[in-house]
Design a protein around this ligand. Structure first.
Ligand code: ASP
Length: 331
């Protein structure tokens, strides 16, 4: 456990700092003053904190891979050059779980805790959850949090690579659902995956399988130059395996070096290809199992692995291992 004394607060936008406009809530600057005022009213924190705004401030619905990389850069800079021993990221809730997952894999090996939080209602709105999420995050960091990426929300500290947004209108919007936690941990990580290594943007696609998906849909998607396709399979990793043309489209893409990864579309499911022939045929077409990983974790992991320049075979090997607790209960 690491008690944080010199915190870096990175404000990226989100409801927590939004103000009302003619079009509805929109990101607004000047949040540092509002945050200091709020905390003074609630009793000073002993934490020393420095505040930075990541430009442009965003409704997190607009987050892109470039914004994940900008967050990573600001965090690494603050820790390595600014001497900060903890980080708090203020973020919109819509894609908070995606950013938490992406940062979990972009910051592998960083020795300080990185906590993300936000709120369902803006700071200053009557009965808002913003003050308690903010103060709760600062209190957790002051008491000590393990290195790694975490989400603090509604009084709970949750693993950054396991969390999902479940609700759009309640304060307990996030949860870590019980999913399979089994697998092999990576014994060591290649240097390419260190938080010190910058990453490149990646052409990634997530596709839920659905009854009626045709081979031509898949071919059109795969024809856009995707480097990895994350398929959300049915149940324990099954799909339309009677469709020879669809399987051929997958095999051809795999032969071209496209990474094909599978997770379960069941909120509490996991992939076990061998249970059904309809699953093992997908595996034979080149799919690698994401076990019980969430969509957010699988996407962030593929982004980090491919963005680091590793070859497809190494991406597949590492995707199947646990890198930071996304697949195996270790902390
Ligand atoms: N649309 C907002 C955002 O994600 C929602 C929120 O912050 O709660 O930025």
């Amino acid at each position: 456990m690491r008690r944080v004394k010199n915190l870096f607060v990175l404000y990226t936008g989100g409801t927590i700092g939004m103000l009302q406009t003619a079009e509805g809530l929109a990101p607004a600057g000047g949040f540092e003053a509002r945050m200091r005022e709020q905390l003074q009213g609630q009793g000073e924190t002993r934490l020393n904190w420095t505040f930075a705004e990541l430009q442009p401030l965003l409704d997190s619905a607009n987050m892109t891979q470039a914004n994940w990389l900008a967050m990573r850069d600001a965090i690494v800079h603050a820790v390595e050059l600014g001497g900060h021993d903890g980080v708090l990221v203020l973020h919109g809730t819509d894609t908070l779980a995606y950013s938490a997952a992406a940062l979990s894999f972009l910051l592998l090996g960083l020795k300080v805790p990185v906590l993300l939080t936000g709120s369902m209602q803006p700071m200053g709105a009557p009965g808002s959850d913003a003050p308690s999420n903010l103060l709760g995050s600062l209190t957790a960091l002051e008491r000590g949090v393990e290195p790694g990426v975490w989400l603090f929300f509604n009084g709970e500290l949750m693993h950054g690579a396991r969390v999902t947004k479940l609700r759009s209108d309640a304060f307990d919007a996030f949860a870590v659902l019980p999913r399979e936690r089994q697998g092999e941990r990576a014994e060591s990580l290649p240097a390419e995956l260190s938080y010190r290594q910058p990453r490149q943007p990646v052409n990634l696609v997530v596709l839920p399988l659905f009854p009626g998906l045709r081979a031509e849909h898949l071919r059109a998607l795969l024809g856009t130059g995707v480097q990895a396709l994350l398929l959300e399979c049915f149940g324990s990793g099954t799909g339309p395996s009677d469709n020879e043309d669809l399987l051929a489209a997958l095999r051809e893409a795999h032969a071209r070096g496209v990474v094909l990864a599978a997770i379960s579309q069941c909120p509490q499911g996991h992939v076990a290809f061998d249970v059904y022939a309809a699953g093992s045929r997908l595996r034979d077409a080149g799919l690698v199992s994401g076990g019980g990983m969430t969509r957010e974790a699988a996407l962030g992991k593929l982004f980090s692995l491919i963005g680091s320049g590793l070859p497809p075979s190494e991406v597949e090997r590492l995707f199947a291992l646990d890198l930071c607790g996304e697949r195996v209960d270790a902390r």
